[in-house]
Ligand binder design. Sequence first.
Ligand code: G3H
Length: 263
Amino acid sequence: MTTNGRVPLIAGNWKLNLDHLQSIAFVQKLAWSLKDARLDFNDVEVAVFPPYTDLRSVQTLISADKLSLKFGAQDLSEHDSGAYTGEISGQFLRALDCSYVIIGHSERRTLHNETDAVVAAKTAAALRHGLVPVICVGETAEDLETHGPSAVPVSQLKVALATVPQGADIVVAYEPVWAIGSGQAATPEQAEQVCAALRAVVAEKIGQDAADKTRVLYGGSVKSGNIAGFMRQPNVDGALVGGASLDITEFSNIARFQKHVGV
Ligand SMILES: O=C[C@H](O)COP(=O)(O)O
């Protein structure tokens, strides 16, 4: 826990990688690596976000071995049940002990045409089923040039939180689209500027208490070599990691950011 009372969250979004057998070996090795490193889970929360088909295996392993890792899904349906072929409801995810669900990742927004309204409906669905939504927002390179760094993410988050109850338990992830998978991360100062603006939106929409406790993550080309700079920022409470979360040593070193930050 940092002085602001928020436990940092290091989240690994596997995207479309690792089948259920691979997920078992991966989570076992990750747990060993974090244990070897004597990671104190009171100081940092580590979560993985496997594909849906891995969730039961990951749940079983974490429960059987009493691992301190958390896990969640990469998406959910805005609906709870019915004729929605291919969809997965929040109810099903909660039944698998998922703690979190990623919502509104830029790949969903771009490749699956998810609008801000859909993101808002999915956020409501997650909260309805006791899942903590990890609400992703971020601007494209064009947005950045036209509107500056905060305008688009702020506007996206305002819509996502429009119907969220006061004090709700949420996580926000600022992921500039231009930084995702590009190797060109935002600077810590850029991340801080936008994350602070997003925290102000949380305060405006669901209250100051919620803003004080909400973890705001940065995502986009996070590696062990740049995590410390982000974690030194007062409004950055962790990272949503894509590519580097598939490398056990790298992800484990990101989770051990405190060694580099010196807190
Ligand atoms: O969800 C994770 C983000 O898309 C970041 O991906 P990346 O770390 O590969 O840039």
